[in-house]
Design a protein around this ligand. Structure first.
Ligand SMILES: Cc1cc2nc3c(=O)[nH]c(=O)nc-3n(C[C@H](O)[C@H](O)[C@H](O)COP(=O)(O)OP(=O)(O)OC[C@H]3O[C@@H](n4cnc5c(N)ncnc54)[C@H](O)[C@@H]3O)c2cc1C
Length: 446
């Protein structure tokens, strides 16, 4: 008889936790998982999936307009938020069921409840304690909101997915990808949208050309972007909110969404008492094998606050399970992780920004192209595409690709394989384009 109830106890059934639990169980490991809210975690319930569904919904407003340029005699039909919400909820419920089934089908023991650590080998959930050889913390993150007067009036990305009524006007506070994506979604759905960001330019950390280009495209779509803007206080009037800014400006709005960052979910896990090392934001510190300073306790995904993306959490989970139960070394590569921002038009990027490339090498060639997409020659929509390639002259290696344009995520995902394989500019040049596409520009840049 084993001295343990479980070989592996996973806390959190989100992207990373579910992947780790079911992969380990598939290898014959005796696994339990605890989830206190919803199967599938942030991505499925209040993240990537519902957000992308909302992005699709919002894109129809331009599509109806564009259709007229191609001869369709349509006028913009009315939009019904309740239909979108109902459809979205049905899909999310379906996905939650799939996640639960994935766990059941691999014989993972499921606990629905809040879990915490009692010691380095004991998890408590629903009043019961379980001895575990190893514990994996995959509890993700949670929206964080600064302390401001009137904080109680705001919503975060969690609540926006459950809104009963679409507001007429919204103020979105933040400049990261979640803030700009919601600005695009709500603007596309016909909401008068103001985006307030305290920094110099939105999407900090992205290539400067991308930042400036999408800023201008968003303004063309009708979003009011306020930079160097700081909310001071919010008060509730009868039917609306009054927002005062540090520069003395006032704004009347119907809803305020804060997308000002996320904090790792480590508050109620009992980690401080056990001496688990965390950073100042509460992110769990791990070594290259996702092991905390306690030998039997591991952590991955957003709770470690490194690259907070679903495919990263799932890749980390696979790497950890293969390491623990198949004796493989962890070779997770954090270089060249492609990523997209689902603004209108989309952004996608892989590899270095121009600033990063110039900091590291002194022989960088920049290829940049900007044009009107073929579709918009007839659509009547004033939307442009921008593509950028960074090449190291001495080796000809392509170091970074950046794009703003329709389906940028779909295009850059393919290009990321070439970057990962170390493709040179000569390889791009020798590749025949697919005509007529926007993507062919990447193989014809001279
Ligand atoms: C609005 C939004 C949009 C996003 N869009 C994208 C995107 O387009 N592409 C992308 O790649 N990523 C996106 N992300 C990020 C992505 O959702 C996360 O990177 C991913 O979900 C992280 O997975 P995880 O397993 O680390 O944590 P999570 O998916 O957050 O899962 C953690 C789980 O742990 C549970 N939990 C927490 N504490 C406990 C406890 N004590 N006991 C039991 N259970 C607990 C939580 O309820 C949750 O279900 C988005 C995030 C947000 C918020």
């Amino acid at each position: 008889m084993s001295q343990f109830d479980y070989d592996l106890f996973v806390i959190g059934a989100g992207s990373g936790g579910v992947r780790a639990a079911r992969t380990a169980a598939g290898l014959g490991v005796n696994v339990a998982i605890a989830e206190n809210k919803y199967f599938g975690g942030t991505c499925v319930n209040v993240g990537c999936v519902p957000k992308k569904l909302f992005v699709y919904a919002s894109e129809y407003s331009d599509a109806f307009k564009a259709a007229q340029g191609f001869g369709w005699g349509v006028s913009k039909p009315a939009f019904d938020w309740s239909v979108l919400m109902q459809q979205k909820n049905t899909e999310i419920n379906r996905l939650q069921g799939i996640y639960e089934n994935l766990l059941n089908n691999t014989d993972v023991t499921i606990f629905q409840g809040q879990a915490q650590l009692l010691d380095a080998n004991t998890v408590q959930v629903n009043g019961q304690s379980y001895r575990c050889e190893r514990i994996l913390i995959a509890t993700g993150g949670w929206p964080s909101v600064p302390e401001i007067t009137g904080k109680e009036h705001i919503v975060t990305s969690n609540e926006i997915f459950a809104l009963e009524k679409l507001p007429e006007r919204i103020l979105i506070v933040g400049g990261g990808y979640i803030a700009v994506e919601f600005a695009g979604i709500l603007n596309g759905l016909g909401v008068e949208t103001v985006l307030s960001y305290r920094g110099e330019q939105i999407l900090r950390g992205f290539d400067q050309d991308i930042q400036e280009f999408i800023h201008d495209e968003m303004i063309k779509k009708g979003i009011d972007i306020q930079l160097n803007s700081q909310v001071k206080a919010i008060s509730k009037e009868q039917e609306h909110y009054q927002v005062s800014f540090a520069d003395g400006n006032l704004l009347e709005t119907d809803l305020i969404l804060y997308a000002t960052g996320r904090t790792p979910n480590t508050q109620a896990l009992g980690l401080e008492q056990l001496g688990v090392i965390m950073d100042s934001k509460g992110a769990i510190k791990v070594n290259q094998n996702y092991q905390t300073n306690l030998q039997s306790v591991y952590a991955l995904g957003d709770v470690t606050n490194r690259v907070n993306l679903t495919p990263v959490a799932t890749a980390e989970a696979m790497a950890l399970v293969n390491h623990l139960y198949k004796d493989q070394p962890i070779e997770m590569d954090y270089q060249n992780i492609p990523t997209a921002v689902f603004t209108q038009p989309n952004i996608a990027t892989v590899g270095m920004t121009e600033k990063e490339a110039r900091e590291e090498f002194d022989d960088i060639a920049v290829f940049r192209s900007e044009f009107k997409a073929m579709k918009h020659t007839l659509s009547g929509i004033d939307e442009r595409v921008m593509m950028k390639m960074l090449v190291r002259k001495s080796t000809d290696q392509v170091l970074g690709l950046h794009m703003v344009g329709e389906n940028a995520g779909e295009i850059i995902q393919g290009m990321a394989v070439a970057i990962k394989a170390g493709a040179t500019k000569a390889v791009f040049d020798a590749t025949i384009g697919i005509h007529p596409t926007a993507a062919e520009e990447f193989v014809t840049m001279r």
